[in-house]
Design a protein around this ligand. Structure first.
Ligand code: FES
Length: 355
């Protein structure tokens, strides 16, 4: 019976007698298609054989590092000299901020010169001899560490860092000065807040102005069940600080039946059942605007923090960490509502030193 094409017998060694006997008793040595061609002979560079050329390269590298230092000084000087709003025409960029242009140019030059100096140093003065390195298992044996250290020392020696003191000193100078640019930029973080976060525009005797009508608020304007928003007297939308001051001083007023007020201090700081609380949520500062008349709860729309205005603005739900600050109010000689001081604690989000 003949074998079927493709069966096991067809693929057996017996079907290939020539190949089976050709290498019998010998080890076949194949010609490797990836034979190591070896390294070409080293060609010395001009700097390797001519000390004057090496000196020229050294001076070039030192010059680049020196230019880097000057550019860093220029960066700092630009920051001081150019006003932030000065616009200049520079071809081909057109009208640009003089300060930004000078900062970018000088910092770019400082970094470029350090890079160019390092590259020129490596290409002309450091050893360029190629050395094969045999592969070994990756192990941190003590001998390997010793070898790495020896190689490092050898590299340091070949880079001529100790010998070329001019390069070494100017490179250290350039590297030490570049971070100064970052230090100068820290000034752009702006002035320190000092105690601005702890105080608002409210002061003793400032009238409460209705934010809708822009008129002084009188007690009779505020009815039980209504929510009224107020700002301090003397502010208008044209003031440069209007938004930032309003963001802290915005007030909401409700009238409660005095017997519904559970917190004694809240009652003491109210006027005829009218209580004034900061409108700024103590979670992350959204303006509160939803009032539930029956429960006297106000709800922040951002993350649903809920505060009880009949109980000292206490948090009863949500992520806010503090009660709403209350403003003590009274009535002045004209019968208008007025503040009897500032809030006694910071308004808005809970920051780390808030008492
Ligand atoms: Fe009010 Fe988050 S800002 S709950």
């Amino acid at each position: 019976m003949s074998s079927q094409p493709g069966s096991h017998e067809d693929m057996s060694e017996e079907k290939f007698p020539e190949r089976a006997h050709k290498h019998e008793g010998t080890v076949a040595v194949a010609e490797s298609p990836f034979a190591d061609p070896g390294l070409p002979p080293h060609e010395p560079r001009r700097q390797d054989i001519d000390e004057r050329a090496a000196k020229r390269s050294e001076r070039t590298v030192a010059l680049l590092f020196t230019v880097s230092m000057l550019a860093t000084i220029g960066f700092i000087a630009s920051y001081v000299i150019f006003p932030i709003d000065k616009i200049v025409y520079i071809f081909p960029f057109g009208h640009v901020s003089a300060l930004n242009f000078a900062l970018g140019l000088t910092l770019g030059l400082a970094l470029f010169c350090i890079g160019a100096g390092a590259v020129h140093w490596a290409r002309t003065l450091m050893s360029d001899e190629e050395m094969p390195s045999e592969r070994h298992p990756i192990e941190a044996e003590p001998e390997v560490k010793a070898q790495v250290l020896a190689d490092f020392k050898q590299g340091a020696k070949e880079s001529q860092l100790g010998r070329r003191k001019l390069i070494r000193n100017t490179m250290f100078g350039a590297l030490a000065m570049v971070p100064l640019s970052g230090l100068v930029l820290l000034r752009d973080l702006g002035p320190l807040p000092e105690n601005k976060l702890r105080h608002t525009a409210w002061r003793n005797g400032l009238q409460l102005i209705n934010m809708n009508t822009n008129q002084p608020l009188r007690p009779e304007d505020i009815q039980v069940g209504s929510l009224t928003f107020a700002q301090p007297q003397g502010f208008s939308e044209g003031d440069p600080n209007y938004q930032s001051e309003l963001a802290k001083a915005a007030l909401m007023l409700v009238r409660l039946h005095p017997q519904d007020i559970k917190d004694k201090r809240e009652l003491d700081w109210s006027h005829d059942g009218i209580v004034a609380f900061s409108k700024i949520c103590t979670h992350v500062g959204c303006p509160i605007s939803l009032y539930e008349q029956q429960t006297h709860h106000v709800l922040c729309p951002c993350h649903q923090s809920t505060f009880d205005l009949s109980d000292g603005g206490r948090v009863i739900f949500g992520p806010a960490g503090h009660a709403l600050p209350q403003l003590q109010i009274g009535v002045n000689a004209q019968g208008n509502l007025e503040a009897l001081g500032d809030f006694t604690e910071p308004v808005g989000p809970s920051f780390w030193e808030r008492g």
